[in-house]
Design a binder for this molecule. Structure first.
Ligand SMILES: Nc1ncnc2c1ncn2[C@@H]1O[C@H](COP(=O)(O)O)[C@@H](OP(=O)(O)O)[C@H]1O
Ligand SMILES: [Mg+2]
Length: 358
């Protein structure tokens, strides 16, 4: 039996007090961290004085307005792309090489389209992060304003929806399929704008400047384009890059057999449109889009958003979602499909460690 009188040793007391302090610290540190995060997020962007204290840095932006200006930007950029091509003053030069050693072309069409698209979007939404394929020359700014008018079809299909400006990243491709543009293969060329919210692709615009066709879609909103009524899941026609193919044909044949039809085409925008119901005489149709080499996020974000909005998928070759914030590169290749069992397609793909990134 234990004695009734308990004597506490000084060492025991000290250990007990330390334990108590530890528990208190643990409970309180979460609270402090929360307060700290709130304080940091409430700071005005760039530490400037213009944002009212305690509010989000850029305030709120309306996704419907962002969609309207994205469509306008793609169309306006497309006008430059077309004008330069028709005037035959491309001034094509190599701007570098891809990891695989293919020459990357840059033309006046890319630069003028970029200038138009960037400054229109920036004027409409100054607080939003815009990532573009081409550099903007700040010494050569274009003064543009947006009249905030929303086209009727967008007004009818989409409700206003506000999100914090700092959650938004806009990705611009002022000229997709530049290689094909230099070869005068006009059908492949698109201009694209994508709006990502917290890294998720939410708005996609793909515009064909030479036929004045524009596809737009917003996730949980609406679209002016739809999926086709059927797809061939068993022996799908696979659309792939004609100028950055890597080992894509090998992957496609290993996955779907030697009889599988492979369609080489230019432009990531064009290849996404090939999966949809697009009323265009120069638009080929395919069932799956596969790309195995490195690719940049401005090339794929708009297509990813459009597919997602219509119930389709664009993922890496291992089935991961692609996040459209941070770095501008996508390392894991891509596979895109709609109205198909996307997971089953990924499971069919061969040893990806050996085939992707190459
Ligand atoms: N390995 C790679 N590295 C860098 N960019 C790549 C790439 N593969 C494809 N792309 C880019 O992705 C877009 C679609 O490629 P493809 O036509 O080969 O399918 C093109 O964009 P741009 O024309 O906008 O430069 C192309 O340059
Ligand atoms: Mg481009």
């Amino acid at each position: 039996m234990a004695p009734m009188g308990i004597r506490l040793s000084p060492l025991g007391m000290a250990v007990f007090c330390l334990l108590g302090l530890g528990v208190l610290y643990h409970l309180y540190s979460g609270f402090l961290a929360g307060r700290f995060a709130f304080f940091m997020l409430s700071e005005p962007a760039g530490g400037g004085p213009e944002a009212p204290h305690g509010s989000a840095p850029g305030g709120a932006v309306d996704l419907r307005e962002l969609l309207a200006v994205s469509v306008l930007a793609a169309v306006r950029g497309g006008e430059e792309v077309k004008r330069v091509r028709e005037g035959n003053v491309l001034n094509a030069k190599a701007k570098g090489k891809t990891r695989e050693g293919a020459e990357e072309q840059l033309t006046t069409g890319d630069l003028l389209s970029n200038r138009r698209m960037f400054y229109l979007l920036k004027a409409a939404f100054p607080a939003v992060q815009i990532n573009s394929e081409e550099r903007v020359d700040t010494a050569d700014q274009e003064t543009v304003s947006w009249d905030r008018s929303i086209p009727e079809d967008i007004k009818q299909k989409i409700q206003p929806q506000e999100v914090p400006a700092e959650s938004v990243t806009v990705w611009i491709d002022p000229l997709d399929a530049t290689q094909e543009y230099t070869e005068d293969l006009r059908q492949y060329v698109t201009t694209m704008v994508c709006v990502a919210v917290n890294g998720k692709p939410v708005i996609g615009v793909i515009h064909k400047p030479f036929s004045s066709y524009t596809a737009w879609a917003m996730v949980d909103g609406g679209s002016n384009v739809k999926a086709r009524s059927s797809y061939n899941e068993k022996t799908p026609r696979i659309i792939v890059s004609r100028s950055h193919a890597g080992k894509v044909e090998q992957v496609a044949r290993q996955t779907f057999g030697n009889k599988t039809v492979i369609i080489p085409a230019g432009g990531a925008g064009y290849k996404v449109l090939a999966l949809l119901d697009v009323p265009e005489k120069n638009q080929e149709e395919a069932d799956v889009y596969i790309h195995v080499t490195y690719i940049k996020k401005w090339d794929i974000c708009a297509g990813n958003a459009v597919l997602r909005a219509l119930g389709g998928h664009m993922t890496t070759l291992t089935g991961e979602e692609i996040s459209y914030t941070g770095s501008d590169g996508n390392e894991g290749g891509l596979i895109a499909s709609i109205n198909m069992n996307h997971k089953a397609l990924i499971e069919k793909l061969p040893d990806l460690e050996k085939t992707s990134h190459k």
